[in-house]
Design a protein. Structure first.
Lengths: 291, 321
C-alpha cells in the first residue's frame, strides 16, 4: 500500500511538471497550429535563471522566481517576433523546423553562458521528508503541486475572465472571424509565446531544486510534455493538465513495477497506445473536416 | 526526366572521378556520412514531399538497421549480406507496426507515432546492454563482405555507398514520375480527391513509408560495417529531426533538394568545428535564417532569386538598348 502511494506521489510531482509543459504546447498550438519544439528549452531557461538568481546571487526567493519566469517569457516574446513572425506566411512544417532551429540555438546559447555542468539550486522550503501513510514526500514536491495548480487556475482565470484572454480564445477558435471582429491577431500570437514560455519557465523553476539545472535538460522534458499534450488532445487545456498528471502517474507506476531503466520509454509507449486506440486524445474532439 | 538523367549522369561522373583522384581519407569519410544521410533523406523526401507525411523517427529505422546488422554479424557470426537482409526484415516489420495503425487516419498521426517510436527504440538501444552493449556501444562489427570481396578502406566504402545512393536515387526519380508517384502528388494536394479517383490512399502512404524506412535501414546496415562500431548517440530523436530538417532545408518536394539539404547539413558541422563549442549555436542560427528567408528551401529559393536576377538583368538590357 505504502509502495503504491509512494509511486502515486512521485507520479503526481512529475505529472504537475508535464502538465505545465503540455499547457505551453497547447497555447502555442492553438494560436498558430505550430508544434513548438523549443518548448523544453523554455523549461531549461527557467531552471538556469533560477540557478543564477537564487543559487549564485542569493536573491530572495520571490524575486528570483519572478525574474526567472519574467525573463523566460521575454525570451518567448523575442522568439516569436524574431523567428516566427517574419516567417508567418510560410507553411506549418517550415515554422516547426524554425522552432527546432530555435531549440538548438537556445541550447547552444545556454551551454555558452552557463557551461556544461549541472548547476545546483537550493531547496525553496525545508528538506526534511514528510511521512504520509507509509510513504514519504519531500516538501519541494508539495510546493510543486501547489504552484502548478495555482498556475493552471491563474491561466484559466486569464482565459475566461480577461478581455485579452477571451480574445486569445477567439483567435484560437477562428482567426479570420476574430480579425473580422476587430481583434488584432499578431500581438496575441506574440503574447501566446510569452505566456507559454513563462508557464514552462515555472515548471523549470519549481523542478530545479530536485533535478538541478543543466543546459540539455529541456529535450526530454519537452518531449514528455508534448506526449502529455497529445494525450490530452493537443487543443484542450483541461486535456493537457489531465494528460500531464496521467502520464506522470503511469510513468511512475511503470518505473516502479516494471523497470526503472525503461522509465523514459514508458511515457512514449503510453503515447503510442493512445494514438492507436483513441487518436483524438482523451479530451480532444475528433476532427470534422469539410471537403 | 531528361534534366534528371543529365544531372544524375553528371553526379555519377563527378563522384567517380573524385573517388579515383582523391587520396585524402578525411574527405572520403565526410562524403560517406553525407551519402548515408542522403540515402535516408531520399526516402524521407518521397514520404514528405510526395505523400505529405512527416516521420520524426527515421533515426530509429537507421539504428535498427545498424544494430540488427551489427549484432547478428558481431555476436552471432552471420555473414554481413544475410545480416543486411535480416535488418531489412526487422525494419520493415517495425515500420509496418507503426505505419499500419497511424496511416489509416488523416492528419499528422504518423509524425507523433514515429516520434514516440524513435524515443522508445533509443531507450532500448541504451538499456538492453547484454545485446547492444548499452551506452558504451557495440564493438567488433566485421567489415562488409559480399561474395568473397571485403570492403576495407574508406575509398571502397565511398564507391559502395555512393553506388547504392545513385541506384536508389534513379529508382526514386522513376518512382516519382510513375503513375504511383503522380498518385502520391495528388494525395499530397487532396486526399479526398485521390480517394475519389479510386486510389486506396492509406495503402499508398503505407508503401512509401515502408520504402523510406527500408532505405534508412539499408543506410544503417552500411554504416555499421563502415564504422565497425555503433552507439546509441547516433540514433537519437535529434538525429531524426536533423534528417527531416535536411529535407525541408533543401526543399520538400524535390529529391535533388533533399540531397542538397543532406549535403549542407552533413558538411556544415565539419566546417563549424573550427568554432569549437559555438558550433551548435551557429548551426541553429543558420537553420533559422535559411528557413525565414527561404521558406521553400535552398533549391527553390536560390533558383527563384537567380531567375529574378536574370530577369532583372534582361529588362535592364532591353531598357538600355
Amino acid at each position: 500500500m505504502g509502495e503504491i502511494l509512494q509511486y502515486l506521489l512521485s507520479g503526481l510531482t512529475s505529472g504537475a511538471i508535464y502538465a505545465l509543459i503540455a499547457l505551453g504546447f497547447t497555447i502555442i498550438y492553438n494560436a498558430t497550429e505550430v508544434i513548438n519544439f523549443a518548448q523544453g528549452e523554455f523549461v531549461m531557461l527557467g531552471a538556469m535563471f533560477m540557478a543564477t538568481f537564487l543559487g549564485k546571487l542569493g536573491l530572495p526567493l520571490p524575486v528570483a522566481f519572478a525574474l526567472s519566469v519574467g525573463l523566460t517569457a521575454l525570451v518567448g516574446l523575442l522568439v516569436e517576433r524574431l523567428t516566427i513572425y517574419p516567417a508567418r506566411r510560410a507553411s506549418t512544417i517550415t515554422l516547426i523546423i524554425i522552432t527546432i532551429g530555435v531549440s538548438i540555438l537556445l541550447k547552444g546559447l545556454a551551454m555558452f553562458i552557463w557551461g556544461k555542468d549541472s548547476l545546483p539550486v537550493p531547496a525553496f522550503v525545508g528538506e526534511k521528508p514528510i511521512s504520509l501513510f507509509g510513504a514519504t514526500i519531500i516538501p519541494q514536491s508539495i510546493l510543486i503541486l501547489i504552484v502548478a495548480l495555482a498556475s493552471v487556475l491563474g491561466l484559466e482565470f486569464f482565459f475566461r475572465h480577461t478581455t485579452t484572454g477571451k480574445a486569445m480564445r477567439a483567435c484560437a477558435a477562428n482567426r479570420l472571424a476574430a480579425r473580422l471582429l476587430g481583434i488584432r491577431v499578431e500581438p496575441l500570437i506574440m503574447l501566446a509565446f510569452g505566456v507559454s514560455a513563462g508557464l514552462s519557465a515555472v515548471a523549470g523553476v519549481i523542478i530545479s531544486p530536485i533535478t538541478f539545472a543543466t543546459y540539455d535538460m529541456g529535450t526530454m522534458l519537452g518531449l514528455k510534455g508534448f506526449a502529455a499534450a497529445v494525450l490530452g488532445g493537443l487543443t484542450s487545456s483541461f486535456g493537457a493538465v489531465a494528460g500531464g498528471f496521467l502520464l506522470g502517474i503511469l510513468e511512475s507506476l511503470a518505473a516502479g513495477f516494471i523497470s526503472s531503466a525503461y522509465k523514459d520509454a514508458a511515457a512514449f509507449v503510453i503515447l503510442l497506445l493512445m494514438l492507436f486506440l483513441k487518436p483524438e486524445g482523451l479530451f480532444g474532439q475528433g476532427e470534422i473536416k469539410k471537403l | 526526366m531528361k534534366t534528371n538523367y543529365l544531372l544524375w549522369s553528371l553526379l555519377a561522373v563527378g563522384l567517380f572521378s573524385f573517388g579515383v583522384l582523391n587520396t585524402n581519407d578525411y574527405f572520403f569519410n565526410v562524403l560517406n556520412v553525407l551519402g548515408l544521410n542522403g540515402l535516408i533523406v531520399i526516402g524521407l523526401a518521397l514520404l514528405m514531399g510526395y505523400a505529405g507525411q512527416v516521420s520524426l523517427g527515421h533515426a530509429a529505422f537507421y539504428g535498427l538497421g545498424a544494430y540488427t546488422s551489427g549484432i547478428l554479424t558481431a555476436k552471432y557470426g552471420l555473414s554481413p549480406l544475410l545480416g543486411l537482409f535480416a535488418a531489412q526484415a526487422v525494419v520493415l516489420a517495425s515500420a509496418l507496426l507503426i505505419g499500419l495503425p497511424s496511416l489509416r487516419l488523416k492528419g499528422h498521426y504518423l509524425a507523433m507515432a514515429t516520434l514516440g517510436f524513435g524515443v522508445i527504440v533509443h531507450v532500448i538501444f541504451k538499456e538492453t546492454i547484454s545485446l547492444t552493449g548499452g551506452p558504451s556501444g557495440l564493438v567488433g562489427i566485421p567489415p562488409l563482405e559480399v561474395f568473397g570481396f571485403t570492403f576495407f578502406s574508406s575509398r571502397q566504402y565511398f564507391f559502395l555507398i555512393w553506388a547504392v545512393l545513385l541506384l536508389t536515387l534513379l529508382f526514386s526519380l522513376h518512382l516519382a514520375h510513375s503513375p504511383f508517384g503522380r498518385a502520391l502528388l495528388a494525395l499530397h494536394d487532396s486526399e479526398a480527391a485521390t480517394q475519389a479517383l479510386g486510389y486506396d490512399t492509406g495503402r499508398l502512404k503505407l508503401i512509401v513509408f515502408l520504402l523510406s524506412a527500408s532505405f534508412a535501414g539499408l543506410a544503417g546496415s552500411l554504416y555499421a560495417h563502415f564504422a565497425m562500431f555503433i552507439s546509441p548517440t547516433s540514433f537519437t530523436f535529434l538525429h531524426s529531426v536533423k534528417l527531416v530538417t535536411m529535407v525541408v532545408i533543401g526543399g520538400v518536394a524535390s529529391l535533388w533538394g533533399a540531397l542538397i539539404g543532406a549535403g549542407v547539413l552533413s558538411v556544415l558541422p565539419e566546417v563549424l568545428t573550427v568554432f569549437e563549442d559555438y558550433d551548435v549555436l551557429i548551426f541553429g542560427v543558420i537553420l533559422v535564417v535559411i528557413m525565414i528567408f527561404l521558406p521553400e528551401g535552398l533549391l527553390k529559393g536560390l533558383t527563384t532569386i537567380w531567375q529574378k536576377r536574370k530577369f532583372h538583368g534582361q529588362t535592364q538590357d532591353s531598357l538600355s538598348r
